[in-house]
Write a protein that binds this ligand. Structure first.
Ligand SMILES: [Zn+2]
Length: 65
């Protein structure tokens, strides 16, 4: 979940409404604005929209969950 609503919508258009990882259609709610580089900021180049299922996988792979 994200409070960066404007950026979410921009990303949706860039990704044509698909998850950046699994390429499934993103739901209207509960999408995750993921930072490609954890130390980077929420810039356009460093973020991607992913579904909650992929977010769980990504977080686990990073050792956060
Ligand atoms: Zn996904």
């Amino acid at each position: 979940m994200s409070t960066f609503l404007g950026q979410d919508q921009l990303k949706r258009e860039q990704q044509r409404g698909l998850c950046a990882i699994c390429a499934q259609s993103l739901p209207d709610k509960y999408v995750v604005l993921d930072r490609t580089e954890a130390m980077g900021g929420y810039t356009d180049a460093n973020t991607r929209l992913i579904c909650t299922g992929c977010d769980t996988t990504v977080q686990r792979n990073r050792g956060y969950a």
